[in-house]
Write a protein that binds this ligand. Sequence first.
Ligand SMILES: [Zn+2]
Length: 479
Amino acid sequence: MQEIVKTKSTLFETLQEEVHPDVKRINHTRYTVLNEKQPRRILIHGAAFVITVNGKDKLEVSKNRSIYIVDGKIKEVFSPRKKTVPNNKVDLIYDASKRTGIVITPGFINAHTHPPMYLLRSSMTLDKGNVVDQVSKMAKLEAQMNDDDFYLGAVGDFTEEQKNGITTSLSHYGVFEPVERAARVTRQQVINAISAVSNSHPGNSPEMVEKILKNRKKYFSHPAIAVHYIHKPTVKQWQKISGLVKKYKTLLTMHAAETESWVQECVNSFGCRTVEAAVKLGIANSQLILSHGVHFSEEEIALVKKHKIGVVHLPTSNKLHKSGELNYPLFVKYGAQDQLILGTDSVISKNSLDLLSEALQMRIMHQDRQRVLYEDLFKMMTSQAADVLKLGKVGKILPGYRADLAFWKLRDRGFMPYNENEPVSLIGNMITHGGRNIRDLMINGEFVISNRMHNLINESQLMSKLQESHMALRKRIKE
Ligand SMILES: [Zn+2]
């Protein structure tokens, strides 16, 4: 599986190849390398626009801004007309001003995905037949997957998210190590939530999860706890899990009230609905992240607000699986809309791992009853997601924040034409145009994608490997 990881060790080597005269892109590069070692001091010069939520929690679109980054952190954001950084304090310059320029946003945050399932694309196209049959066919394929498959799928998932401007993902899955390895090679920031109880991975247990949590400092990803559904663990197992959440101050995530039949399973086990059961079990607090929440009652939404529970909205997945629609107007009524963030789910539920199109889907889903402003959608993908997932200084382009940045070409149909007197119109254009690829991507101060090419993963090899392994899974089922 080593062949999918590029052997070029530095960005400089990669860029040298890019600007080779044979490639005839020399005039097109925006990179000037001043220090050939791993560049840790980066100047992004004169971005056409920087779009971010500011320190007062207001969305801001600023024209002509430079960003100075040191050791993975944003040190300064300033107007290049008023200030310069001397060359001896810079290892790499990225010119974001030329050819109409670049729009920079914070890297987006995807609050719910199942990365290894990337290998199962096409196993559930939902064209003909019924959803339940197709899910069970997909599960048969999934049951054939080994650790190499999980890893390969996760690399496919993370790199696709990166191309769509996503720099942080919450992975909810039954395996930890393959997701950890994929995070490390792609540099994706990952909350690696591992199932504490799992039908498909019967070896998983709260004790196994604790071993991982104990060693959390040595991992690249950030361990957390997942539970498929609230009715899966026994009351005794829940005691152990809620103990771990408190002891290790970790996030706990689970699917919740996706369909009314799952709600009934909860009622059968605990005598009450999902959020009420979470309160009973002592897990209802801001460390709890519930995905879907389609069938929450009004009382439950009031409890979500009261206990500061995070809720991940997955409108595309809910439509494709005919699960229903989250009651957004009630979230607004109870003032819980700030606890709502967005997720893609796996490629089984939304074929493109992209949040811009998910934001559009949310807008369309609720517009007859409650309009969701573009500004609020942008927050949900950036600063609000960072708050709900307790990521610290992530999701804004401000001094002290982690340099997770997405670079979008301004001269693009996803932005142009826009109203120059009101550049905030760029945000509506960006969201309603749907998903599109970034030009460059930075995670923790490192360029992971440059000139639309992944710097760490050989994508042609990756596609071939995914195809080969996907067909091998199908073959294993027939044997
Ligand atoms: Zn899911």
